[in-house]
Design a protein around this ligand. Structure first.
Ligand SMILES: [Zn+2]
Length: 212
């Protein structure tokens, strides 16, 4: 492994817990190839992420709030990297969320949608968004959908969930795989590993039961 591969692997490892399974490698690749300073930020109420172009003195900087659900984290990362690529191509000559940015953003988002990274309800929002990327609003319906699922989360006990439900437990996201006697076999979403968790564990639901 050369030094850049090593750095990428290290960043991928660090980002895995924030992102949907199989997507940390892509974001880590963007960070190393583009030489961007990427920060997982403490939650900010005013914004989910931000982008600051680099200059001779400092590198381009992107930050994304660390408390976002994995889908919102991915979408926000792509949103900010789209600003970077747009700035690289057009400088300050175009509007921040204008048609140039929107084209880059939707081109970056499309592969994730096609690879089945998103749960049904977000995937549907992505598909609709990609069909009409020319909408002039700055607010992103895809992100709103991902956030709505996040905002809907409420604390319940694991034993009230059905198989397939996604939930948070101790800052990690899981899917319920199988009920054992008093515990549940659960699959961690970022790496697919399986864990037995007590049915009485307080958890936060991420998304409605799959298939709804
Ligand atoms: Zn933006």
């Amino acid at each position: 492994m050369n030094r850049e591969d090593e750095r990428r692997a290290q960043i991928e490892q660090q980002l895995r817990r924030y992102l949907p399974k199989g997507t940390a490698r892509y974001i880590a690749g963007l960070i190393t190839e583009e030489g961007v300073q990427f920060t997982v930020a403490r939650p900010r109420v005013s914004k989910l992420g931000d982008f600051r172009p680099g200059n001779r003195q400092r590198p381009t900087a992107i930050s994304v709030n660390g408390d976002l659900n994995p889908y919102a984290f991915l979408i926000t990362s792509v949103h900010e990297f789209a600003h970077h690529f747009c700035y690289k191509q057009f400088g300050g000559r175009v509007r921040p969320h204008g048609k140039e940015w929107k084209r880059i953003y939707t081109d970056m988002l499309r592969p994730f949608s096609e690879q089945g990274v998103f749960p049904d309800k977000i995937a549907e929002a992505v598909r609709k968004h990609l069909e009409s990327p020319s909408a002039s609003s700055c607010s992103c319906p895809v992100l709103n959908k991902a956030l709505a699922l996040y905002d809907d989360r409420s604390t319940v006990f694991l034993d009230s969930l059905t198989v397939g439900t996604h939930f948070y437990f101790r800052n990690q996201s899981y899917a319920v795989a199988e009920k054992k006697r008093t515990r549940y076999l659960c699959k961690r979403l970022n790496d697919g590993r399986q864990y037995l968790i007590s049915g009485r564990a307080p958890v936060e639901v991420i998304a409605p039961t799959a298939g709804q």
